[in-house]
Design a protein around this ligand. Structure first.
Ligand code: SF4
Length: 228
């Protein structure tokens, strides 16, 4: 996929997102083409797999509209699963695929995951906002709830357990996540362009982790490294 269609990764302050849904869950088993924003090989910059090499498959389209979202949901190339597999297999050495977005759970099902796994031989992880049920055959689930940030029309989270809970921290009450079963819990500072505010967000996150030691700090190390 040409890099000129690509955009920056998670966390910048931007309000271009429309919350566009390009498919609906009820019809996803019928979907044969997927709107893909970008596919690229890099290092996971966040959470449990930080520093691990991975192929990222970024879907366009989300059912939420977070102020800090950096995915350009209008931008994307329609691709078949075969074309996605072919693009991913350009990186045969990569151990991990990260399905991200947008909200990938709007578009995938067990058949999609099974075929992707079988034809690439890779571990399949997903990053999700938790508002949709997930296929059962994913290898790793990163649940990043966004309901605190998207106002009254936010869709409620349905996910109750995950491998990794990753929360963008803006001072919200962490007790709201107590009922979510997770092997690992990460707090991540909200990245903003303003340097002073970025420092404030970082410090607040550090203090929150110190006060809640069952959480760990997640940094967006791809930003530090200036890699995609
Ligand atoms: S849930 Fe994620 S992809 Fe969807 S609008 Fe929020 S930050 Fe963007």
């Amino acid at each position: 996929m040409p890099r000129k269609t690509l955009n920056k990764r998670r966390g910048t302050a931007r309000r271009e997102t429309t919350g566009l849904i390009v498919s609906c869950p009820e019809s996803r088993s019928l979907v044969s083409m997927y709107k893909i924003n970008e596919i690229f090989y890099s290092l996971q910059g966040e959470g449990y797999h930080s520093g691990t090499s991975a192929v990222f498959v970024r879907f366009s389209g989300c059912n939420l509209c977070c102020a800090f979202c950096d995915t350009q949901h209008q931008v994307g190339e329609m691709m078949s699963l075969q074309e996605i597999v072919a693009e991913v297999n350009k990186y045969p050495i990569a151990p991990l695929i990260v399905l991200t977005g947008g909200e990938p759970s709007l578009f995938i099902d067990e058949a999609f995951v099974a075929e992707l796994k079988q034809k690439t031989g890779k571990t399949i992880a997903i990053e999700t906002n938790g508002t949709r049920p997930l296929p059962n055959n994913l290898d790793w689930v990163t649940f990043s709830p966004k309901s605190s940030f998207v106002g009254g029309d936010a869709e409620p989270c349905v996910l109750k357990r995950c491998d990794e809970l990753k929360v963008v921290y803006l001072g919200q009450d962490l007790a709201q996540y107590d009922d979510i079963e997770a092997k690992y819990r990460f707090l991540q500072p909200c990245f903003v362009e303003d340097l002073e505010q970025r420092k404030v967000n970082m410090q607040a996150c550090v203090e929150a982790v110190k006060s809640h030691p069952n959480w760990r700090l997640s940094l967006q190390i791809h930003r530090v490294l200036n890699i995609p």
